[in-house]
Ligand binder design. Sequence first.
Ligand SMILES: C[S@@+](CC[C@H](N)C(=O)[O-])C[C@H]1O[C@@H](n2cnc3c(N)ncnc32)[C@H](O)[C@@H]1O
Length: 275
Amino acid sequence: MAAPDSSSAPKEPFQDPNDVEIVPDDAPYSGEDPAFLTETDAASSTQSLSSSVLSYQYENGRRYHGFREGEYIAPNDDREQERMDLHHHIYRIAVGGDLFRAPVDLNKARVLDLGTGTGIWAVDVADEYPGATVIGTDLSPIQPGWVPPNCFFEVDDFESDWGFSRPFNFIHGRTLAGSVRDGPRLCQQAYSNLQPGGWFELADFLGDEFFSDDGTLQNAPSLVEWARLNTEAFHRFGKEIGIAKDYKKHIIDAGFKNVREEVYKVRTFLTVIFA
Ligand SMILES: C[S@@+](CC[C@H](N)C(=O)[O-])C[C@H]1O[C@@H](n2cnc3c(N)ncnc32)[C@H](O)[C@@H]1O
C-alpha cells in the first residue's frame, strides 16, 4: 500500500475534464500549428484537442500519433486498435477475468489509466464501478466518444510533468513496455499523484525474450534472434521493451510499500505488479 506524504498532494481546484475546450479545426490533417508540438516538457501537456493532436503521421500505409510525434513506435490506426482490444481480453483471461489485481476499493475512487489506448480498460472500469471517476490519458485521441458518464479521456504525455488537479486512489498502466524512457520517474510521479493509501498497478509482458517449458525454444533460433534484435532496437530508441523486469525495483525505489508481483504464463510472459 502506498502512503505518500499527504502534504505533497496537488492542491489546485478540481477541473471537470468535461470542461476541456474543443478547438474546431477546418484542416485537421494539415500538419500546421507546430507550436503545440514544440511545447516544453516543463509545462503540463494536458491540452484541448488542438489541430496538431490530430495531425497524424502516415508511413508505409500505417497511421501514427501526431502529438509528441515519434515518441511511440506503434501505429494508432484501426488495425492497431483491434490488436490493443484483443490484448485487453487476453489480459483478462490470463488473470481470471479481473480488470486489475490490486486490492483497491473503487467505490467513489479517482482512477487514472496511463497510455489508455482505445480506452477499453477505462470504459470497462467505469462501467463496472459507476461510483468511480476514471480518466484515461494517451498521446492519441483514439478513444470512443460514447462512454460511461464517469469516464473521461485526455491527450497527455505521461513522461512529462503531470498536472492533475487532484490526487488519485488508483493509477493503472498496462502494456507500456517500449513506451517508457524513464521508469523511475514514472513511478515517482505515480507515487506523488496518489492519495495516502492509494494503489499503483502496472501490467505488462516480458518483451525481451521468449521461454519454453520443454526446451523447444532451441528449435526456433529465428524467434530468439528476432527477440534479441527487437530488444536492441528498443534499447537504441531509448525505451526498453523488457522494462517489466525492472518495474518492481522502480516501484520500491519510488517509496511504495506492500509491493507484490504476480507472474502469469501466457503465450508470452505477462507480469502484473501492484503496490
Ligand atoms: C500497447 S498500447 C496499450 C494501450 C492500453 N494501455 C491497453 O492496455 O489496452 C500503449 C499505449 O500507450 C500510449 N503511449 C505511449 N507513450 C505514451 C506517452 N508518453 N504518454 C501517453 N501515452 C503513451 C500509446 O499511444 C498507446 O496507446
